[in-house]
Design a protein around this ligand. Structure first.
Ligand SMILES: Nc1nc(=O)c(N)c(NC[C@H](O)[C@H](O)[C@H](O)COP(=O)(O)O)[nH]1
Ligand SMILES: [Zn+2]
Length: 196
């Protein structure tokens, strides 16, 4: 019996596979949904938006595209997406991403944790929880800050294990020595059982 989160991470993985391979970032997929409280099998989930790395023009991240796509459908600029996300009693906003949202980007563009935090404005809760399949490898920014920043902002997060190898293989596809980087990233995981 697999965790009910796995089908969502698999959906994010197939989104990530649509991302153009680049050595300068990771190929990531994201899904934004509304989830009813106390619905353990997620039967009443409502998908709100999806996104993948570089889906939209420019150097865009999966989470960024996910928000931007939703904002476009609701005819507001990206930075006002929080104002059009649904606020429904008894339901929460949840995001699934193949990789831990970035807390820092080498390009200096707004990191995705900042975009996630921004959805909580004007008394709205915004994104309640983020599920991801791997922590960000150290390739670009070293020790990732995403989770710590989410915690500081009072946003819950959870690493859902089981798809690390698949997620990293897709993420690193555009990199020079992708296989080596995947192996190294898996090795970093104290919990990865593949390499024992
Ligand atoms: N969660 C996440 N979703 C993405 O869609 C993506 N590409 C990354 N990648 C994180 C990595 O740290 C940055 O890609 C590098 O730091 C380069 O920064 P830019 O992407 O050029 O801003 N992380
Ligand atoms: Zn990001």
């Amino acid at each position: 019996n697999t965790s009910p989160h796995i089908p969502y991470l698999k959906q994010c993985l197939s989104l990530a596979e649509q991302s153009p391979p680049r050595p300068t970032n990771f190929r990531v997929g994201a899904v934004l949904l509304s989830r009813k409280d106390n619905d353990p099998t997620f039967t009443d989930d409502r998908i709100l938006s999806t996104g993948y790395t570089m889906e939209l023009a420019g150097n865009t991240h999966a989470e960024q595209c996910c928000f931007s796509n939703y904002a476009a459908v609701h005819k507001v600029p990206d930075d006002q997406v929080g104002e059009v996300l649904p606020v429904e009693p008894g339901r929460k906003l949840v995001m699934y991403v193949t990789m831990e949202p970035c807390g820092k980007r080498l390009s200096g563009n707004a990191p995705c944790v900042q975009r996630i935090m921004k959805t909580a404005e004007g008394g709205r809760e915004g994104i309640h929880k983020v599920y991801f399949g791997v922590k960000e490898p150290g390739t670009f920014v070293g020790e990732s800050e995403g989770c710590r920043m989410l915690t500081q902002a009072g946003i819950e997060w959870e690493h859902v294990g089981g798809l690390e190898r698949e997620i990293l293989t897709v993420a690193f596809a555009g990199h020079e020595n992708a296989e080596e980087e995947v192996r190294a990233a898996l090795g970093d995981k104290k919990t990865s059982i593949d390499d024992v």
